[in-house]
Ligand binder design. Sequence first.
Ligand code: PLP
Length: 226
Amino acid sequence: MDINISENLKRIRYNVEEAKAKYRKSDDIVRIMAVTKTVPYERVNEAVREGITLLGENRVQEYLEKKDFYDKNAEINFIGHLQSNKIKYIINSVTMIHSVDSFKLAEEINRQAEKNGVCMDVLIEVNIGGEESKSGVSVDGLEELLYSASQLKSIRVRGLMTIPPVGRSEQSFEDMRGLFENMKAKRIDNIGMEILSMGMSSDYELAVKHGSNIVRIGSGLFGARK
Ligand SMILES: *Cc1c(COP(=O)(O)O)cnc(C)c1O
């Protein structure tokens, strides 16, 4: 199998631009994140040479093994399930954490950020389909989590992230946009609602249609994971 990262990225960019032109304001920004799980750092760097400026990491251990070899022209976000005891390994090298889904985790990130003299940007992960198997705060629990997170001085909430149920992407993206606009309108102190992280290889055009501004692409860019 011959995977051409350059061609794949060209196609993804084209599709993002097309969805933007159709459904979004002309000055909206949609960033393409390269999701790197299982991908060797050489391939990741190839994507960075093609202009990718944002990498998404799922697993702390794998990230720590690769991070020193990454091209420094891309910033790194953590997007996977994060255990409290691993925060200290990533706090100084990632620029945002997309997967905060409990006050306990938010507090622990806040504690580590304070200890390291940084303020960490985070997104709240929402379990939009109410699936047992998925992480993310429930739709009903979101507002309360935002209010409690707003008290933490060394994290800053910037928006929301989701992974929709299989086969229900479009409805879920629409629901997420509603939730996002709703929370934004509350103007909670110290809570920003600028970033909506949604859309993966199979559904990113729909996510752009419904307001995403970070699409997270793995297999569509690097080929199927083994
Ligand atoms: C793996 C992963 C992606 C990318 O998935 P693809 O279908 O390969 O594009 C996006 N977001 C998260 C949180 C992931 O774990």
